[in-house]
Design a protein around this ligand. Structure first.
Ligand SMILES: C[S@@+](CC[C@H](N)C(=O)[O-])C[C@H]1O[C@@H](n2cnc3c(N)ncnc32)[C@H](O)[C@@H]1O
Ligand code: SF4
Length: 395
């Protein structure tokens, strides 16, 4: 069971944050039950909601979701994606221009402390999931420290610490990250053919990624999510090979529609739509089954009956899911981006460094969230719009 629109906070956590949130105390409110979700991630949320329900009876506070993180369309933003770096040890064609990108000088990037301060502020307002991304988050030397610090925010309501990584150095770093509190992992892998990996990423390393993937399974990440950007003429004939991997392994393969960003030479013909992917899979597995999706899921979940793992389709282009968007992004240089495909940004770094009060910072965040549009401009308009290359946004 999950509750819509209401959050419970333990009193000490709230008071230690200076009671910044414009919340109302609603101790007598009875939350509305909504239907059970099926995914394992949602099952995790269930447990924590059940715990909170008990807390309610123990007399803790029930408050509506922060108005700073609620937009004019009533979307509650409880999921924050933080880009830790603009650097990467791969050069994926769909993510960055061939000539590379101009890197922001180090002093203009968020420091460890600034990342944690911002994370704490967002969690105090109701964010319950933080994803670390980049660039490649594992190239940042303080990545384990950041995860450890985020782990301390669990007492304030943070439930999920996730990471999206190319897994090139994952085998070595994952045991420490796991110990530090990382509890959800997305690994990007677009091909099962080593030579093609080198073509797509302009670097070698397929075997290392596979070792990282095995390490994640060995450490019990369940499921390990695999992000696969499907591109016509590049890897679309591998779709069924990826599905076959879900037979024995606890994988959730997420087929992502190829999206346009600055410098990635996107064109409509290279994009393979969700419907096309489904048709391909159904030819081999006609009994492919639709699963139920969670309220904010970005992917449409399916599985082959009897298989251990499952798959999902991220249909940002052919069927956008803006109506249920609960995501905010902070770029490595400290800008808040309320939409992946929108170019409006506001610098939280400059506000933090100007020693502005938390109240002022929240007002700036609230104003940016308030300007969030109902939906993105449509794939052809996005393709013409100025935006950052994906590597500088943090996917
Ligand atoms: C920008 S990367 C950053 C994290 C890490 N370096 C990685 O590759 O997993 C995050 C995700 O964005 C996806 N991505 C990048 N460019 C994309 C595009 N043009 N269309 C769809 N997905 C894209 C990548 O495949 C990856 O799964
Ligand atoms: S998708 Fe990830 S691994 Fe590939 S270039 Fe972009 S940031 Fe690097």
């Amino acid at each position: 069971m999950a509750w819509r629109g209401l959050k419970l906070y333990s009193s000490p956590a709230v008071s230690s944050l200076g009671c910044l949130a414009r919340f109302t105390r609603l101790q007598s409110s009875v939350p509305e039950p909504v239907e059970e979700e099926e995914t394992r991630e949602n099952a995790q949320k269930e447990t924590s909601v059940a715990r909170r329900k008990k807390s309610n009876f123990a007399g803790e506070e029930i408050r509506p979701f922060s108005s700073f993180l609620t937009d004019t369309f009533g979307r509650n933003h409880d999921y924050l994606r933080i880009s830790l770096t603009e650097r990467c040890n791969l050069r994926c064609q769909y993510c960055m221009p061939e000539a590379g990108v101009d890197l922001t000088p180090k002093q203009k990037l968020l420091s460890t402390e600034e990342v944690v301060t911002l994370a704490r502020l967002f969690v105090s307002q109701g964010v319950n999931k933080i994803r670390l991304t980049g660039g490649e988050p594992l190239v940042r030397p303080d990545v384990v420290d950041i995860v450890s610090e985020l782990n301390k925010l669990r007492s304030l309501g943070l439930e999920t610490i996730a990471m999206t990584t190319n897994a090139l150095t994952l085998k070595r770093k994952l045991p420490q990250l796991h110990k530090a509190g990382l509890n959800l992992l997305n690994i990007s892998l677009d091909t099962l053919v080593p030579a093609k990996f080198e073509f797509i990423t302009r670097r070698k390393g397929w075997e290392k990624v596979m070792e990282g993937l095995e390490k994640a399974l060995e450490l019990g990440y369940n499921p390990v999510k695999l992000n696969c950007v499907v591109m016509r003429g590049v890897n679309e004939e591998e779709i069924c090979d990826f599905v076959a991997m879900t037979e024995k392994k606890a994988l959730d393969v997420r087929f992502i529609e190829y999206m346009p960003f600055d410098g990635n030479k996107w064109n409509h013909n290279k994009m393979v739509t969700y419907q096309e992917m489904l048709d391909t899979i159904r030819q081999r597995w006609p009994d492919l089954e639709k699963m139920r999706d969670g309220p904010n899921d970005t992917s449409k979940a399916y599985r082959v009956p009897g298989f251990r793992g499952q798959m999902g389709f991220v249909t940002s282009m052919s069927e956008h899911f803006c109506g249920s968007c609960n995501r905010l992004r902070i770029t490595a240089d400290g800008n808040l981006k309320v939409c992946l495909f929108g170019n409006s940004e506001v610098s939280l770094r400059d506000t933090l460094r100007a020693r502005t009060s938390e109240e002022e910072l929240l007002k700036i965040i609230g104003a940016a969230v308030g300007r969030k549009k109902k939906q993105h401009a449509g794939m052809f308009n996005i393709a013409k719009m100025k935006n950052r290359p994906m590597i500088l946004i943090g996917g």
